[in-house]
Design a protein around this ligand. Structure first.
Ligand code: DX5
Ligand code: ZN
Length: 215
């Protein structure tokens, strides 16, 4: 059974409170909040004041995924906004080890997000420092994209690395998770499933979350 993290990127931004309540009253475990700067990824989403507002309504873990350049400059701001898990991209982080220490020193869980082109062996030197690996199974920037099948082998390799190192890091899979492919993603070793389109385009989002949770 995996943790389920609905992505608010696919929510109705005119009625955020309604969608947050839906998630509060569902079997979901985390709120996945996607921050995009139009530089690291070719899209702009929402930022600090919106997360601060959403935090007041959420009753679950706030999992903030920064798709921004120089994420190290915003660790404190997202902590103040209410992040419980803060993920920065390895591809955007020159001093990743220092950034992870900073995140943990503020009491948050430290996440490292990993683009589809980044090899798993690049994570070896930081595996002990990481609480959550957010493996991208699409190229980040947009919801509703198709799952990249090679991710399955990356999950297996990362799981091996985590087990061999004795680290307790969770593997979170982000992008293109559906009711059809979720079981094979969990079987490969995923601990957390992000789901945007699968939850919010469902006729019954609470039932879609329950169906993912049951796998
Ligand atoms: C993509 C974001 C994802 C996205 C997932 O850049 O990081 O979190 O919202 O959406 P779906 O589940 O629709 O692929
Ligand atoms: Zn994300």
């Amino acid at each position: 059974m995996a943790l389920i993290a609905p992505s608010m990127l696919s929510a109705n931004f005119l009625h955020l409170e309604k969608d947050i309540d839906m998630i509060n009253n569902s079997e979901a475990d985390w709120f996945h909040l996607d921050v995009m700067d139009g530089r690291f990824v070719p899209n702009i989403s929402f930022g600090i004041p919106v997360i601060q507002a959403m935090k007041r309504a959420t009753k679950k873990v706030c999992d903030v995924h920064l798709m921004i350049e120089q994420p190290e400059n915003y660790v404190e701001a997202f902590h103040k906004a209410g992040a419980d898990v803060l993920s920065v991209h390895i591809e955007a982080s020159i001093h990743l080890h220092r950034t992870l220490q900073h995140i943990k020193a503020l009491g948050m869980k430290a996440g490292v997000a990993v683009n589809p082109h980044t090899a798993i062996n690049q994570l070896e030197a930081i595996v002990q420092e990481v609480d959550v690996f957010c493996l991208m199974s699409v190229n980040p920037g947009f919801g509703g994209q198709k799952f990249i099948p090679q991710t399955i082998d990356k999950i297996k390799a990362l799981k091996q690395m985590i087990l061999a190192s004795g680290s307790k890091a969770l593997i979170e899979i982000d992008g293109g998770v559906t009711l059809e492919n979720a079981a094979s993603i969990i079987a490969a070793g995923a601990d957390v499933l992000v789901a945007g389109n699968t939850v919010f385009s469902a006729a019954d989002p609470v039932a879609a979350i329950a169906a993912l949770k049951q796998l």
